[in-house]
Design a binder for this molecule. Sequence first.
Ligand SMILES: C[S@@+](CC[C@H](N)C(=O)[O-])C[C@H]1O[C@@H](n2cnc3c(N)ncnc32)[C@H](O)[C@@H]1O
Length: 287
Amino acid sequence: MADLADLRDRNATFWSGAAPGWVRHADRQDHWGRPLGAVALEWLRPRPGERILDVGCGCGGTTAELAAAVGPTGEAVGLDLSAEMLAAAVARFPNGRHPRLRFVVADLDTLDVVPGAPFDAVHSRMALMLLADPVTGCRTLRRALRPGGRLAATVFRDGSTTPWLIAAVLGAAPHLGALPPLPVGDEPGPFALADPARARRVLAEAGFDDIAVDFHDVTLTAPDDPDTVADWLIEVGPAGAVYRAAGPSRQAAARAGVAALLARFREPGAGYRLPAGLLLLTGRAPA
Ligand SMILES: C[S@@+](CC[C@H](N)C(=O)[O-])C[C@H]1O[C@@H](n2cnc3c(N)ncnc32)[C@H](O)[C@@H]1O
């Protein structure tokens, strides 16, 4: 197991390599990827006037949804490690048209106080499992909540429930260069909080009350465009940076490799239905 400093460096390097792909596919990630966080938004039920923090907000799509829900008297603050993704978020949701929407570049793994705290609620879609030290990061989020404030976050269950995520690596890898190191044990990565007992323990050690860890099976839908769907899934996954560095012919071969593995999820003429197994983690800061 690498030490915390190594894990943080690895995470920062990974997301600076991944950011251009996420920026390029930001609209697709918002629309096709929406089911990955819908259950957290439903649980949270943001109310007009509330102030909500969106952790690991990427290119800002969910933060903009939260800002729309809390209305002109509330505020949504998106926090992310990647300055590049947040620059894209600001460009996509300019302050003039979204005055109650702000973005903060910060690493939750090293942050002590979240700027703008206290918040009424914390939302996160597919980010908490990337923390080098999830207990410390979640403790920072708990301290950023007002007493009784609520947390709702989604993370992936094990890989067998989300086969397209594995397919996007297995189908592309033979055509690309060396991929980033695979996580071992509890190291951060897509499945680091897949064990519901561990996820519950992390929230409990971070000081949350009323903790619940619920299973959800959702389906992502995407149009019948194998090349674009493969491109999206490669770019937002672990192979994104090496894929971008490869030449056009190796990129095309990688997309074809992924499209072949995704064939069983495709209905020609209708589109893709990609299953995803999630955990919804919820809790409250002590009142
Ligand atoms: C899997 S992406 C999810 C992005 C977005 N929530 C979505 O669902 O489209 C994870 C995001 O968490 C961010 N992230 C990873 N580690 C982080 C950390 N330690 N502090 C803050 N953000 C982090 C990444 O930059 C990335 O934008």
